[in-house]
Design a protein around this ligand. Structure first.
Ligand SMILES: C[S@@+](CC[C@H](N)C(=O)[O-])C[C@H]1O[C@@H](n2cnc3c(N)ncnc32)[C@H](O)[C@@H]1O
Length: 202
């Protein structure tokens, strides 16, 4: 089932990433991953689902409505995103990636800041964190990839959204270097780029 901007009933604010094609692609991919886990375990086991960089909270918020039996927790580095996601009913921690979290998760999702960004392209304020992936687009992504295995449950998986502008093959190489099996779970073409959800499992 796909979603569009009209059916989420999610509060957004101007200082938080506005949900876009990447958000919706991640929702569909994450829901499919949850359904797949349910099919594998045959019973509807309660899954622990972590979203890094939740922004408005749209991804976890829609998943929570569709699959309320699971446990959801989210993080964001932006105080505005944390406030907005809380208004959307999420349990959110303001932190840098996984800092301060403990335990392991069956599914970890991250619609990352994936755009290559030169210093003079930076914008003032917290919204910069929504897009700014550093010079090659992979600054935050690489840190996520290094840390994610420490938080993944056995037979769990990560969903990482990147763009063709990020150099998808380099992201895959990095994921393989820390032990992930990687494949493209979903993709869409947008003007000037292709958006891809990479699924990694250990
Ligand atoms: C592309 S936006 C995605 C927002 C939302 N998940 C969505 O799909 O609409 C990326 C989000 O990641 C957050 N973020 C960036 N770097 C982060 C970090 N190091 N730790 C936690 N969150 C981070 C940003 O503040 C932003 O809300």
């Amino acid at each position: 089932m796909s979603v569009d901007a009209t059916d989420e009933r999610i509060i957004t604010t101007e200082d938080v990433y506005e949900p876009a094609e990447d958000s919706y692609l991640m929702i569909d991919s994450a829901f499919e991953a949850i359904e797949q886990q349910n099919r594998i375990s045959r019973i509807n086991r309660i899954l622990r689902i972590l979203e890094i960089g939740t922004g408005s909270g749209i991804v976890s918020g829609v998943l929570m409505r569709r699959a309320p039996e699971h446990e959801y927790i989210a993080t964001d580095i932006s105080p505005h995103a944390v406030a907005c996601a809380k208004r959307n009913g999420l349990q959110v921690i303001r932190t840098d990636l996984f800092a301060g979290l403990s335990g392991r998760f069956d599914l970890i999702v991250f619609n990352s800041p994936y755009l290559p960004t030169a210093p003079d392209e930076r914008i003032d304020g917290w919204l910069d964190y929504a897009w700014n992936g550093g010079a090659d687009g992979r600054a935050t992504i690489n840190r996520f990839i290094e840390q994610a295995p420490n938080f993944l449950a056995e037979s769990g998986s990560v969903l990482l959204l990147v763009s063709s502008l990020t150099n998808i093959e380099k992201v895959c190489e990095r994921m393989r270097s820390v032990g992930f099996d990687v494949h493209e779970a979903a993709s869409i073409r947008c003007p000037g780029e292709r958006l891809v959800v990479l699924r990694g499992s250990l």
